[in-house]
Design a protein around this ligand. Structure first.
Ligand code: OSB
Ligand code: MG
Length: 379
């Protein structure tokens, strides 16, 4: 398999409601969608999980586009793929370029997606996935007030979501968690701070233990693992790292230091499927819990998240909610929907291209650029 062309598209589409975290607010879906075409005419899609502003990580959609255009697409055009093991070549080809994991992931995932499409191998099987059903949780943003939050949680519990994650920040944490416990008792509950605290807040963070949360996600800085280890040694609540983990090496070091007991694995954040599989394997070897996080993806990223969650180590419910949670109309059809409340089934998917609705993609496209693999054409 050779890559003949790459099309980058920037899409802007409305979301059902804004999503508020300790770092800011996301109102519309602003996303770079990658489409690859291979020498046999097979198609691979993937989406980039960067955002408009560098608030979750340092990447933005503009930087991702730039890095793909100038460095990653030219490197990709040098590669050819003859066996599934060759798919790991993409990670190696991108390794000299530092960081920019979301840009790398978008192209790398589109290559796996294209292989799945070209050779009619189910994507989850290509990744090594074995599960046919996955449990699903929900991430609930910061709300105007506690009654509004409780009403939302009530609705999600009724829909069957198997775990509630609430976003917390200083001033919206202990009292809110107490109200949730008072209202809903012993539900599977966790909190995500998106780096909103410092180690100096340790006494405050210890108060979280009272609520017997499944975990607290990324309480400290996005680039820290050392202080997280100190914090974990005094907290009974398991720490889950999100922002701090960009590679299997990061995971190994965090585990070795005792910085976390659980990892939120986002394929975009770690640079693609190869690295995601490696992190999954490190977690499995060390008995560390792992689950698939989300970045408010469109259906394209959502289907990829479902496929990766089929790997056996993904034992905890992920942030892989159905399409309807975010969009009136997803860019895929049929949308991602529960097979039974709180559960998604992992259906064999031969790349996502058969689900992508081109008219919807075109409706939301605000920029587009095509890259032809000139070298390939001469062959
Ligand atoms: O920290 O997990 C996060 C959304 C955007 C950026 C960061 C995060 C999130 C979520 C929502 O928690 C996950 C989802 O529902 O896709
Ligand atoms: Mg998080």
């Amino acid at each position: 398999m050779n890559i003949q062309s790459v099309v980058l598209r920037r899409l802007l589409s409305p979301m059902k409601e804004p999503f508020i975290t300790s770092f800011g607010l996301e109102e519309d879906k602003d996303v770079v969608l990658v489409e690859l075409t291979t020498d046999t005419g097979a198609t691979g899609f993937a989406e980039c999980t960067a955002s408009t502003a560098p608030l979750y990580s340092e990447e933005t959609n503009d930087t991702a586009w730039h890095v793909m255009e100038k460095f990653l697409i030219p490197a990709l055009f040098q590669l050819d793929f003859s066996t599934p093991a060759d798919l790991h070549k993409v990670r190696e080809a991108f390794r000299p370029f530092k960081g920019n994991k979301m840009a790398k992931a978008a192209l790398e995932m589109a290559v796996w997606d294209a292989w799945s499409n070209q050779y009619h191998v189910a994507l989850h099987e290509l990744l090594g996935g074995t599960k046919t059903e996955i449990p699903v949780g929900i991430s609930v943003g910061i709300q105007r007030d506690v009654p509004t939050l409780l009403k939302k949680i009530d609705g999600y519990l009724q829909q069957g979501f198997q775990r509630i994650k609430v976003k917390v920040k200083p001033g919206w944490d202990v009292d809110v968690l107490r109200e949730i416990r008072n209202a809903f008792g012993n539900i599977p509950l966790m909190a995500d701070a998106n780096s909103a605290y410092r180690l100096a807040d340790i006494d405050h963070l210890k108060r979280f233990d009272e609520f017997e949360l499944m975990m607290v996600e990324q309480p400290l800085a996005n680039d820290d693992i050392v202080d997280h280890a100190t914090l974990q040694s005094t907290l009974s609540t398991p720490i889950c790292l999100d922002e701090s983990i960009h590679s299997a090496e990061d995971a190994r070091k965090a585990i070795q230091l005792g910085a976390c007991k659980i990892i939120n694995l986002k394929v975009g954040r770690v640079g693609g499927f190869s690295e995601a599989i490696a992190i999954h394997d490190v977690c499995q070897q060390h008995g560390i819990g792992v689950w698939c996080g989300g970045m408010l993806e469109t259906g394209v990223g959502r289907l990829h998240n479902v496929a990766v969650t089929s790997l056996p180590g993904f034992t905890l419910p992920g942030d892989t909610a159905p399409s309807a949670r975010y969009f009136e109309q997803d860019i895929i059809h049929p949308p991602v929907e529960f097979s039974k409340p709180g559960t998604l089934s992992v259906e064999p998917l031969y790349g996502v291209s058969g689900r992508v609705q081109r008219d919807r993609v075109e409706r939301w496209t605000v920029a587009m650029q095509t890259f032809e693999n000139a070298g390939q054409r001469e062959v």
